[in-house]
Design a binder for this molecule. Structure first.
Ligand code: FEO
Length: 396
């Protein structure tokens, strides 16, 4: 990525990773990603805010060369995860006079993960500031976005927020600013679902704290920069808020067509009752799409056959993931088919223990579904409609 100026004296100097297709060996990245690092030049001091993934250190170095940077006074670390901190050791070597500036928890992580010498670190606290001469960096401690040590940095005079992972998107683009609001909204929603959703309550509190500041530009550490911050702050208020949509998310697997026939019937039954439904065949779906759908759906219905004595392993994976991501779903249940017994329903229910949901009556049948089984699915669709209506989430 070529170095580019965001506002006079503030440059994006990070790297684009066009080809990366998985993150943390867990999160699919259909659109690649970027590791954004920012250089802020004050009248007296220069600061680098976050670095890049260690695989891209040379690109960061090249961008600093391009700008003729021969000294950095401060390297600010908002977050210790290696895609932002991994190049800090190389930066400290290249700029021996630079101080690493971060909070206490982040310092401990950086020492443990990267072997950073403690005597290079200056520890700051919430609300502390760092003067660069005519510019001031203010630090906002914001734990759990998405690690316990995370913080945000605010450039007061230019009203630029550097929130690291918060508000990011895994989206590789040559555009400095958001190139298409619809596309980036969807990408940021997927990113929120996969990374931030388990920390919804913490993020809500951070949003309230940020509301007291005027922010003209949000420069996250993944994806493009927001020159219209309301795009992402409004979206985060919506996603972290308590409202859910009139929607059923239906992850399922079918081995021999019985659960599949139930899913097909149930999708139609929900549609006939004015309920949006998103089925995800887990043998084909991208788990990021599933996570994104979970952000604001009122109900999750899991469709599974029984394999030997329990749920299909793909269903186990999806249920485990949903339990980790902890969406604000209100209702859940299980549909599917078994051959000779097993504990599929109880196992899936136990796996969703972290979700604050009301479990509805499952429809779990022996063999291929019969007329009475399809009728039971219709009753389940009626019940979901009723629950959504009672909760005020059915559009009139
Ligand atoms: Fe982009 Fe939590 O690292």
């Amino acid at each position: 990525m070529a170095a580019r100026e965001i506002v006079p004296g503030v440059f994006a100097v990070g790297a684009i990773d066009w080809d990366r297709r998985i993150f943390d060996e867990l999160i699919p990245l259909p659109d690649g990603t970027t590791y954004n690092s920012y250089l802020v030049r004050g009248s007296e001091k220069t600061a680098l805010i976050d670095t890049v993934d260690p695989t891209k250190t040379a690109e960061l170095m090249g961008n600093l060369d391009q700008l003729g940077v021969d000294a950095i006074d401060y390297i600010v670390s908002n977050h210790a995860e290696q895609d932002h901190s991994g190049s800090i050791p190389a930066m400290l070597d290249r700029f021996p006079g630079a101080e690493l500036v971060t909070n206490q928890k982040c310092r401990d992580f950086l020492v443990d993960l990267l072997g950073i010498p403690q005597d290079r670190v200056t520890v700051i606290g919430d609300g502390d500031t760092l003067s660069l001469g005519d510019r001031t960096l203010e630090f906002i401690i914001a734990p759990w976005v998405h690690w316990p040590e995370t913080m945000l940095t605010y450039l007061r005079e230019d009203r630029v927020l550097f929130p690291c992972d918060l508000f990011g998107s895994h989206y590789a683009t040559s555009s400095l600013y958001v190139p298409d609001e619809g596309v980036i909204y969807e990408s940021a929603k997927r990113y929120y679902a996969e990374i931030m959703m388990p920390f919804r309550s913490s993020i809500k509190a951070h949003l309230a704290k940020l509301a007291t500041r005027q922010i003209d530009v949000i420069a996250p550490s993944h994806g493009p920069v927001y020159d219209r911050p309301a795009l992402i702050t409004d979206a985060y208020r919506d996603w972290t808020g308590d409202a859910v949509k009139n929607m059923v998310v239906l992850p399922f697997v079918s081995m021999h067509g019985s659960t599949g026939a139930m899913v097909d019937h149930f999708v139609d039954a929900l549609m006939q009752r004015g309920i949006q439904v998103q089925p995800f065949n887990l043998t084909k779906t991208d788990t990021g799409d599933l996570a994104k759908a979970l952000v604001d759906a009122a109900t999750v219905v899991i469709g599974s056959p029984t394999v030997i004595f329990g749920p299909h392993p793909q269903v186990v994976y999806a249920a485990y993931l949903a339990n980790l991501l902890r969406p604000k779903t209100r209702y859940a249940t299980v549909i599917g088919s078994y051959g000779w017994g097993g504990k599929t329903v109880d196992t899936v229910k136990d796996m969703l223990g972290r979700l604050k949901v009301e479990f509805l009556e499952p429809v779990y049948v022996r063999g291929y579904p019969k007329e009475e089984d399809f009728a039971a699915l219709d009753r389940l669709a009626d019940e979901i409609r009723k629950k959504h209506e009672e909760a005020g989430i059915v559009p009139s």
